[in-house]
Design a protein. Sequence first.
Length: 216
Amino acid sequence: MSKHSEVACLSKASIFKNLPLSLKKKLVTITSHQDFFPKGSLIRQPLDGQDGMIVIDSGHAKVYSLNEDGKETVLGVLAKGDSTGQENLFSQKDHENFIQATEDCLVCSMNRQDFQKMLNETPDLSLTLLNDFGQRLIMAEKNTIRRNTMNAQDRVLDYLKEEGTRAGSTSFALPFKKKDLANFLGLTPETLSRQLNSLQSAGQISVNGQQITLDK
C-alpha cells in the first residue's frame, strides 16, 4: 500500500490544486486525514453539524436524498480522489443529502469553521483563492461563448489551444477526465472522441491518453 500524501490528497479538491505548496501545507494542518468508514456507514447526513468538504482517499460512496416517504434517490457516486462539499467551506447551510460508504472508505475532511479561521489569519491564502476564482469566472465566460458560437470541432480545438497557452507548452496533460471535458464543452463523450480523432487525422493534434500535443 502506497504511503498517504496529505498534500496530494488536499490537491484533489479543485479549489486547492493550484495553490502554492506553502499554502497547501498550511491547509493540511486543519485537515483530518484518513478517517475510516466501514461499508454501509454514513459519512455525512442532514443536520449532522459537519459542514465542510470531504475527499475520498480510498473506497466508494454514494450520494442520495430521501423524500418524505423515505424513498431513496441516488444523486451520484464518489470514488477514490473525488471530493464534495467544497462550497460548504464558504457558505453555511444544512446538508440536504446523505453520503454513505458503499465499501470500506478512508476519508479526508476539512470543516468550515477551521477553514474560515485560517482565511482570516492568512491573507495570502484569501488573495490566492480570490484570484483563482476570478480566473475560473473568466474561463466559464469564455466557455459559454465557445459553446454558443462554435461547432463541436472548433470548440474542442479552441479549448486545446487555450489549455496549451495556459500550460506554456504545445504538449500538456488534459486537466479533466475526457468525460468531464465533454460535459464542460457541452458535448457527448462520443462526440468528443470523434472530434479528437478527426483533429488527429487532420494533423492538428496528437493524442496519447490524457496527453495532448498541438502540432504546428
